[in-house]
Structure formats: structure tokens, C-alpha cells
Design a protein around this ligand. Structure first.
Ligand code: ZN
Length: 273
């Protein structure tokens, strides 16, 4: 009798396992690597800009994990070792020698943002503009200042100015003191891709309100954090309107103890230039 019951429980357990496997298989297409609808339309970010401004430079998420949240993005390397750019699912770090190299999936980032790029509109730039003018053009076309946007612009540009920052050692200096010694690169008549985000004012302290863009050459060998650009008339900028926002905050003592209550917008202004 007791033996019978054990057998019956075993059969029931197997049935549940099969049902469980069936459900998992049925759900798999929705949850596969490329992400479901909501996940694709989410700006995902690691840490906060104010933590980075205060020297929280130790990587807290691997690039493999970041890539599970998007195929386009920007950020920086572990210990501030280079500017990160992701385009078409390929992720590169541009270090202070100006060269772009593919990231190792097991290497980490202290600050990055990513999304799956599904452009909703293309903005055509009607006259030659610099980086500020580009922002004005896009601002006039986006549906709201209160959403997130991923942008991508491919083309040949008369002039592109980028920068990168050197790897840091503890005790880490503040980011303003690092960017004071940044390396600046000027490209002329260069073919390449600009990618990045426009984030709303409400995420001040968390991300970079306004436009934060990085650049990589067409042959994916050089680039950096975009300081200025000459955008020729007729250039098309693809824009992905993004209504969801998700953050992964580092589980590190440095992040848990840093004071994030202050207003660091002046630091940010200097760091972005
Ligand atoms: Zn940057």
C-alpha cells in the first residue's frame, strides 16, 4: 500500500516535470536572447552617472550580461579603461591610444546603457550642423522630452572630435580630474557610426540628461566619446523611442557607501565637454 503511494507520487512528479518543460518550451520564443517586446523597448543601465562622477570605477557587470539587454549602447570600461560603444550587437572599447578593440565578454563595466535598437523614426538634417545643432534638430522631431531615445547615425562626416580616458588606479580620482587629462582625437572626412541616447531631465544624477553620444569608424578601429561633429546636410538620424527604463545598481561596498544625495550637475557639465 505504502509502496503504491510512493509509485503514484513518482508518476505525478514526472507529469509535473513534463508540464513544466512544456511551459518552458512554449515560453522560450518570447524570452529568447533578443528579448520580449517590453525588454526590447527598454533602456537598461548599469550604476549611475553620479556614482561614476565620484570615482566608482570598478566594473560590476560583464559585457556578456550587458549584451543580453541590448545590441546598441555606450558606457566605459572597468577602472575607466576606455569608452564603450555597442552597435549591431558588437561591443568595443576605445582606449587612450585611440584604437577600438572588441570587448571580452567576461570583462566588466562600471557604467553603461544599452537597448535593442528598433528605430521608430528617421530625422533628416536639413543643413550642416555641429553637435549642438544636431541636438536641436532632433529635439524638434521627438514626440516628447519625457521619454528615452536611442539614436544612430551612419555617414561620412567632414570632422569628428572624440576623446578617451586612461585606466585608473585606486584611490580613484573624481571623473572631472580624469577628464582634465583626456586624450582628444580629430578625424577628418571619416566614415563611421554615432550611437547613444537622449535621456530626460528627470534622470538627472542617474544618467546624462540630454544627448550622450559615442562614435566609431566604419572599419570599427577607432572612435571615442563624441565631443563635436560636423553633420552634413541630408544626414539621416535613426531614432528609437523608448518608454521603459531599468537599472542594475552595483552590489559593491563602494557603490553602497558613496553619497549620492548631492547635485553634481556642474561636474557633469565639465566632464561631457
Ligand atoms: Zn561618453
Amino acid at each position: 500500500m505504502a509502496e503504491n503511494r510512493v509509485v503514484r507520487y513518482a508518476v505525478i512528479a514526472v507529469a509535473f516535470l513534463l508540464i513544466g518543460a512544456g511551459v518552458a518550451l512554449a515560453a522560450a520564443p518570447l524570452l529568447a536572447g533578443s528579448g520580449g517586446e517590453a525588454e526590447r523597448d527598454t533602456l537598461f543601465q548599469v550604476s549611475t552617472i553620479d556614482a561614476l562622477l565620484q570615482g566608482i570605477y570598478d566594473g560590476s557587470m560583464t559585457f556578456d550580461e550587458l549584451a543580453a539587454h541590448g545590441d546598441l549602447g555606450i558606457g566605459c570600461g572597468d577602472r575607466l579603461d576606455g569608452e564603450l560603444i555597442g552597435v549591431d550587437g558588437e561591443w568595443y572599447l576605445i582606449r587612450t591610444d585611440g584604437r577600438a578593440s572588441p570587448v571580452a565578454g567576461s570583462a566588466t563595466t562600471p557604467f553603461a546603457a544599452a537597448t535593442f535598437f528598433d528605430p521608430d523614426l528617421t530625422v533628416t538634417v536639413g543643413e550642416p550642423v555641429n553637435l549642438t545643432g544636431l541636438g536641436r534638430y532632433l529635439d524638434a522631431e521627438i514626440p516628447s522630452e519625457n521619454l528615452f531615445y536611442a539614436v544612430r547615425m551612419d555617414g561620412t562626416f567632414p570632422r569628428v572630435v572624440t576623446r578617451s580616458v586612461p585606466i585608473q588606479e585606486k584611490p580613484y580620482p573624481r571623473l572631472v580630474d580624469v577628464t582634465a587629462n583626456q586624450t582628444v582625437f580629430t578625424f577628418e572626412n571619416v566614415t563611421g557610426t554615432v550611437v547613444g541616447f537622449r535621456t530626460p531631465a528627470m534622470v538627472g544624477g542617474i544618467n546624462v540628461p540630454g544627448y550622450h553620444l559615442h562614435f566609431i569608424t566604419g572599419d570599427r578601429t577607432a572612435g571615442g566619446h563624441l565631443l563635436d561633429i560636423t553633420v552634413p546636410e541630408g544626414s539621416g538620424v535613426q531614432v528609437d523611442v523608448t518608454a521603459n527604463f531599468s537599472m542594475a545598481l552595483p552590489a559593491t561596498e563602494d557603490f553602497w557607501t558613496v553619497d549620492l544625495s548631492g547635485d553634481l550637475s556642474e561636474d557633469l557639465e565639465r566632464v561631457e565637454k
